[in-house]
Design a binder for this molecule. Structure first.
Ligand code: FGO
Length: 419
């Protein structure tokens, strides 16, 4: 019987059914448990969700059956924060959830989060770059968990075809993208005209969203970064992708380059019909890579949850951010391990050798920036700045006019004039 079960598991794995399997295992684990700590997340499938569910299965196994964590997908990241806000109103909050730093600031306005210090979680060994961003008003309310950095994705076959080398600087990048685009008679740098892609160009050109304590969206560097992208499209070497992820658009032409999240790697690799590779982002000079935007989330625990559930959540967070778990999770979904001890874990050293994309993500993480942790930032990044970037790239507005308008809208929102 055991052999048959094992055989079936192997079959399920080889058929790609492992994902559902982990979910089912969790269901079974929680059926008998007295305390169930719900964990709301923003993964919808693929390697990240599978890696997360596997982590939860392993944690639950260590708990002896009395308690368990149950993962609940709430859609994408933005759906997740919308559901959490609704939960504050209905009173039905989970024990824990994923949260961007700006979500933490928002939830704190409702005094909804347990400070990490009250949970008995040690932050020793957690990457200080990630930790610093999770600190709000001198306190930690979240523990970095799945943090990504942007990378330069490229089509190695295409570079070979033109005897081009991997660009290390922006100037080299532009020259190579132009050369390949002329040769292919179509733009080879693909980008989503959103706040994430823009952030790489903005930060690398020296931009800063907060100036003298004030949010500035229409700074000279901001305008320059957006003008650069607009010009790249006009010069026919950059192609805006406005429907879905870049990896879901591979069929639409010749892909050469993208500047995208490391967590996209498994999706890119699965969809690519070419030799996919990654490198650190082109920098202003050859001396150091460009600045990646850090995305992905921290784990937070809600004050209003049941005390026992909160304890389970705290134990899970300790487990999930340990050197060992972060090594396994990071390797599976190409997130940067948040625990500095992960580098010494066997799985990581072996995997980096066989899967250079993971080593590149770890290197790139030394050159990374965060967006502002303002409670209104999610709304600003999607509905105000994101809209402005799209409008300019699609030629509906000049970069300056788009960003001036965004600045005004952000100020009105921040001052409470609009909602
Ligand atoms: C995503 C979003 C935010 C905020 C940034 C914020 C809210 C961005 C960007 C908007 O975990 P990351 O690195 O990558 C995600 C991971 C799990 O879903 O895989 C990526 N993925 C998924 C499917 C696919 O086909 N390809 C692929 O790459 C996915 O992006 O997070 C990056 C993308 C976005 O969601 O459109 O973080 N982001 N800051 N979202 N709500 N709030 O403040």
């Amino acid at each position: 019987m055991k052999g048959l079960l094992l055989g079936m598991t192997m079959l399920a794995l080889s058929l790609g059914m492992a994902q559902q399997k982990a979910e089912d295992i969790i269901k079974g684990q929680c059926e008998k448990a007295q305390t169930v700590a719900e964990f709301w997340h923003g993964f919808q499938g693929g390697a990240p969700k599978e890696a997360l569910d596997n982590l939860v299965v392993e944690f639950n196994k260590t708990q002896g059956g009395q308690v368990c964590v149950r993962t609940v997908s709430q859609g994408n990241y933005r759906d997740l924060s919308t559901k959490i806000k609704a939960a504050f109103a209905s009173g039905k909050v989970p024990a824990m959830a994923q949260a961007f730093e700006n979500n933490i600031a928002l939830y704190l306005e409702s005094n909804a989060l347990e400070p990490v210090s009250a949970l008995g979680i040690s932050l020793q060994g957690i990457n200080p770059l990630f930790l610093e961003a999770a600190k709000i008003k001198g306190q930690y309310y979240g523990v970095p968990f799945n943090k990504s950095v942007q990378l330069l994705y490229y089509n190695r076959d295409l570079l070979k075809k033109y005897s081009a080398k991997v660009p290390a600087t922006i100037d080299e990048f532009v020259a190579t993208a132009k050369q390949l685009s002329q040769g292919e008679k179509q733009p080879v740098y693909w980008f989503v005209p959103d706040t994430s892609t823009y952030a790489y160009w903005f930060f690398t050109l020296g931009g800063n969203y907060i100036q003298d304590g004030k949010l500035v969206l229409n700074s000279p560097i901001g305008i320059k970064a957006l003008e650069f992208l607009v010009q790249a499209v006009k010069d026919s070497w950059a192609k805006p992708i406005t429907n879905g992820f870049i990896n879901t658009n591979f069929g639409s032409g010749v892909f050469g380059f993208a500047t995208d999240t490391s967590a996209g790697y498994s999706y890119y690799a699965q969809a690519a019909k070419f030799d996919l590779a990654v490198a650190t982002l082109p920098g202003r000079t050859a001396r150091q890579p460009g600045y990646a935007l850090v995305q992905g989330t921290d784990l937070v625990v809600f004050k209003a949850a049941d005390a026992k559930e909160k304890q389970v959540a705290a134990e899970f967070i300790k487990f999930a951010t340990s050197a060992q778990a972060q090594a396994v999770f990071g390797v599976a979904a190409n997130y940067v391990p948040v625990n500095l001890g992960s580098g010494a874990v066997g799985a990581v050293t072996r995997y980096v050798k066989e899967n250079p994309q993971f080593g590149v993500a770890i290197t790139q993480a030394r050159f990374a920036r965060f967006e502002p942790a303002l409670s209104q930032w999610e709304q600003i990044r999607f509905d105000i700045l994101g809209q402005a970037i799209t409008a300019a790239v699609l030629g509906q507005s000049t970069p300056k006019a788009a960003l001036d308008k965004a600045q005004k809208a952000a100020e009105d929102l921040l001052s409470g004039k609009t909602r």
